[in-house]
Design a protein. Structure first.
Length: 285
């Protein structure tokens, strides 16, 4: 498993804690809120209720750290080019919109789709720059309505602030042509450095037909995934569970190795709608 080490990591971690303290002060008036279905006492570390008219740039960036007037995920062979224009806030919601439109992106290549992504990490390569928000252990929750349609791929997930691709905690993934299946996964490297994946594919109601709360409780030695406050899966091999600061991502991908491309049945434009994103720390243990 990857660990944060050395002076640089200590500096980054201190910056994250400072950012977390600022976020805690910002959301102090919402301290009565608690995670859905979770007993005990919680401290709210981060919250965005999307009540304004534009994205809070103090909390979010709109690309991965390899941002170059937009970005995509070549490793997944995704078909969209992420742009800030596809990220809007209005009516108390975050809108991540996928559209059919041809644009020029990575190394001059053309993309047939655009879409939106937000991250509390960085949109620059420089590790000396603090992420917007990162934390080490906590309860992560998002209330959202996912779109249906072949080739659409909404996700809510977490990555380490070191810019390493592992570990990765997938709080929620849904494939647009299978909106009745919730995918909850954990990607990591074992003691020998071999990439591993563990998770569950849970049959649910049609998640595109209404609003649902997606969550994960990440604590030392375990991760538990929830849908609407009900446990769906857990991982408890303490040797593999991350113990380093991580940041949040929410995105609506189009195409890729897993969902495949859209077809004539896919209705575009489509949107991933988000009511709120919150992170708590348990304080009663």
């Amino acid at each position: 498993m990857l660990h944060v080490a050395g002076l640089l990591a200590m500096m980054i971690h201190a910056a994250c804690l400072q950012a977390g303290d600022a976020a805690t002060r910002t959301v102090a008036s919402m301290s009565a809120l608690s995670p859905m279905g979770q007993p005990g006492r919680w401290q709210l570390l981060f919250s965005d209720e999307f009540d304004g008219s534009s994205l809070d740039r103090g909390k979010w960036v709109t690309c991965y750290w390899w941002n170059n007037n937009g970005c995509t995920n070549l490793g997944n062979r995704e078909l969209q080019w992420y742009r800030p224009q596809n990220v809007t806030v209005g009516g108390g919601l975050l809108h991540l919109g996928a559209r059919r439109e041809r644009v020029r992106g990575h190394e001059g290549a053309y993309y047939d789709y655009t879409s939106g992504l937000v991250s509390t990490g960085r949109d620059v390569e420089d590790l000396g720059r603090a992420p917007r928000f990162a934390f080490q252990y906590g309860y992560v929750e998002m209330r959202a309505q996912v779109p249906a349609g072949r080739g659409l791929f909404p996700a809510f997930w977490m990555l380490p602030i070191t810019h390493e691709p592992k570990p990765e905690i997938d709080v929620m993934e849904v494939i647009g042509q299978e909106p009745g299946i919730l995918h909850t996964y954990f990607h990591y490297r074992d003691a020998d450095g071999v990439e591993r994946r563990r998770g569950a594919d849970s049959r649910t109601v049609d998640l595109s037909a209404g609003w649902h709360v997606f969550a994960a409780d990440w604590q030392p030695g375990r991760i538990i995934w929830y849908l609407d406050g009900v446990e769906r899966w857990r991982y408890q091999d303490a040797h593999d569970v991350p113990d380093e600061p991580m940041y949040l991502l929410v995105n609506l991908a189009v195409g890729g190795k897993w969902p495949g491309p859209p077809d004539n049945s896919t209705r575009l434009p489509a949107e991933l709608l988000v009511d709120y994103v919150r992170v708590w720390r348990r304080i009663d243990r």
